[in-house]
Design a protein around this ligand. Structure first.
Ligand code: COA
Length: 161
């Protein structure tokens, strides 16, 4: 198959503890640019996630059940290795604010150092989600605050449980 006919696949990775509407906005923007997105749910034990890996995977799957051209996988190890495994040409990232830039720049540079053929591609998050992060969601929800406009229903159900 020539490169022209090959599906253009990107990886969108994160801990997704839990997935938020901000993440889903990035996924939908990514689907306009790529033929397929592989959502990589990082095991990330050093972040001591609130939801175990299976639950995070289930929340992502349920939140994206209407979307075609998406594959969800749990992973540990390097992002570039995940990209190789799935034949991806790009790493999709969302930028919420200027404060994200420095970390993203460092990560993109490191990933480029590891594999110069894989591009990091950034999309800007929707304005109403620029302040959303998974840790805020966990904190606010654990203190009884309302996060219903910031997370998909499968996440809200689990946070309430
Ligand atoms: N909407 C809402 N929240 C967003 C967001 C968006 N558009 N973009 C980022 N966030 C939040 C995340 O929820 C996360 O919040 P939290 O810290 O409160 O949990 C925070 O911003 C950081 O997100 P992210 O940079 O995606 O970190 P992550 O921990 O979720 O995932 C990996 C980081 C998995 C991509 C990274 O650790 C990785 O690549 N690991 C593999 C190992 C590797 O290859 N290392 C070398 C890379 S240089």
């Amino acid at each position: 198959m020539s490169n022209k006919n090959k599906p253009r696949i990107a990886i969108y990775a994160g801990t997704f503890d839990p997935i938020t509407l901000g993440h889903l906005d990035v996924v939908r923007r990514g689907l306009k640019l790529f033929d397929q997105l592989v959502i990589g749910i990082a095991e990330n034990p050093k972040k001591c996630p609130m939801f175990d890996l299976d639950t995070r995977l289930a929340m992502v799957n349920e939140s994206l059940c209407d979307e075609k051209n998406i594959k969800t996988v749990a992973f540990k190890g390097l992002l570039v290795d995940l990209a190789h495994e799935h034949g991806a040409i790009a790493l999709l990232r969302g930028l919420r604010a200027a404060s994200d830039f420095e970390y993203e720049f460092q990560m993109a540079s490191m990933n480029r150092h590891l594999d110069n053929n894989i591009e990091s591609v950034f999309v800007m998050a929707r304005e109403d989600y620029t302040f959303v992060s998974s840790s805020f969601i966990r904190e606010i929800s654990s203190m009884g605050g309302d996060v219903s406009s910031l997370v998909p229903t499968p996440v809200l159900q689990r946070l309430k449980a």
